[in-house]
Ligand binder design. Structure first.
Ligand code: RFL
Length: 407
């Protein structure tokens, strides 16, 4: 890890061409792209390195995103260790329907837990490519974004003193609860929001999965999902009221609901296990437009949140990061502004497409439990169409894998 360069003069603050706020998949990917081009940058992160390397999160990565990481030398461990998924299974009307999306598209999903990817990206950035990173910083603030001499300040965890860093560009990659989005002047941005009015109880069970693929149970009692994580640990989801208390879901109730909602003729029984994580996620989306203000460029969840319904958030974060990392590199090494000028537009086309797919899929998952017989009827028709119409199946597979030729 490189030390901060010495101040430009006695008492002058350090200067980095790019300051990246947030060490998640978006920020670390941008940092790695910049360091590969020998551009200096500083990553500021509020948590510790151990925390970001262990925070449980996503698992499903689309093939184009893996190829993007591979092209930038960031996918060695992922390609060695990730599981490949080429099918999922829907359960509705008491039956099982396997959907072989790999056969339809020739493409598959990679399943590689986000903490492992973050661990790989931190190591490559800090230990291999010599990138500067500060963990545990507090109270990050952005200054003079409208000028060509912006700066970022933070409270140093060691001294308790506020440090100022001069920069040319700020990458806001601090996720859904960060500070960079809040630095946008409210009269210059639009934040489009959607609330599904639905909660998911997210569970991790110490138990092997009951099938090798992802399961979606579309049931009148509510949605249930199973995502295999490893031979020992399985992620489950149960639809619940938004804001529900996880304490309302003791072990027996969880397993009874999972059995009911994922039940189907001929289905192997679920293997019960101790629940090691239990929290309620409220399903909502937002998109910030434009993603740019002065010298601040937002990327990943800081710029747009997509509920984990279709497993798209980290994929979009990586898409932004590839575009922004390359655009900043072009600007700082060749003076080429084209990538930065087109950044927001290029990101948002895929973002809105994925948001639309998440809404569509949400109705598939939750429509039968809406308490409205009309919605239940149209939802079941939508589900059946996936297994009776090759054109509908092909369209679903393309959106599920993000393989459209253009966005
Ligand atoms: P992150 O990963 O939230 O990283 C942001 C980082 O910024 C730090 N931070 C700050 N740093 C400095 N100053 C501040 N003021 C700061 N405030 C925050 C944070 O500590 C953190 O380290 O954002 P990024 O990089 O944009 O990445 C986004 C992804 O993490 C997210 O979209 C995915 O996890 C969403 N998601 C999934 N996406 C997929 O593509 N495939 C999946 O299978 C998938 N499954 C999921 C998911 C999200 C889930 N939850 C937790 C809602 C499953 C779940 C349960």
């Amino acid at each position: 890890m490189t030390e901060l360069p010495p101040p430009a003069g006695p008492g002058a603050p350090p200067r980095f061409p790019v300051v990246i706020v947030g060490a998640g998949p978006a920020g670390l990917t941008i940092g790695n792209i910049l360091r590969a081009a020998s551009v200096d940058c500083l990553v500021l992160e509020t948590e510790t390195r151990a925390f970001v390397e262990q925070r449980p999160r996503a698992g499903v990565i689309e093939e184009w995103a893996v190829r993007g990481l591979e092209k930038r030398g960031l996918a060695r461990n992922l390609l060695d260790r990730a599981e490949l998924h080429s099918a999922c299974e829907f359960r509705f009307d008491g039956e099982r329907y396997r959907f072989p999306y790999g056969e339809l598209t020739g493409s598959h999903h990679f399943v590689y837990p986000q903490p492992l990817l973050v661990t790989d990206l931190v190591r490559e950035y800090a230990d291999v490519r010599g990138g500067a990173i500060r963990f545990g910083v507090r109270d990050v603030r952005l200054h003079d974004l409208d000028s060509d001499r912006p700066s970022v300040s933070y409270v140093c965890p060691d001294t308790g003193e506020r440090q100022v860093v001069r920069t040319e560009f700020v990458a806001g990659c601090d996720g859904a609860r960060g500070v960079t989005r809040a630095s946008l002047p409210p009269d210059r941005v639009r934040i489009a929001r959607h609330d599904y009015g639905i909660g998911w109880l997210a569970l991790l069970a110490e138990a092997p999965p009951s099938t090798d693929c992802v399961l979606f149970g579309c049931h009148a009692r509510g949605f249930a999902g199973q995502m295999p994580r490893s031979p020992e640990v399985t992620r489950y989801y149960l639809q619940c009221p938004p804001g529900d208390d996880p304490e309302n879901w003791p072990h027996e109730r969880v397993w009874a609901e999972l059995r009911e909602r994922l039940g189907a003729s001929g289905a192997p029984p679920l293997t019960e296990g101790r629940l090691i994580e239990k929290r309620v996620l409220d399903m909502h989306d937002y998109v910030v437009e434009p993603l740019v203000h002065g010298r601040l460029y937002l990327a990943g969840d800081a710029a747009h949140l997509v509920a984990p319904i279709a497993a798209k958030g980290m994929n979009l974060a990586l898409h932004d990061a590839f575009l922004l990392g390359d655009a900043l590199t072009d600007r700082l090494t060749r003076g080429d502004d084209g990538g930065l000028a087109g950044y927001a537009r290029a990101c948002l086309r895929r973002v809105w497409d994925y948001q639309e797919f998440s809404q569509w899929l949400s109705e598939v998952y939750h429509g039968t439990a809406a308490g409205d017989p009309f919605r239940a009827g149209t939802t079941l028709a939508r589900l059946r169409r996936l297994f009776t119409s090759p054109a509908a199946a092909a369209a679903f597979a393309e959106q599920y894998l993000g393989t459209a030729a253009r966005y």
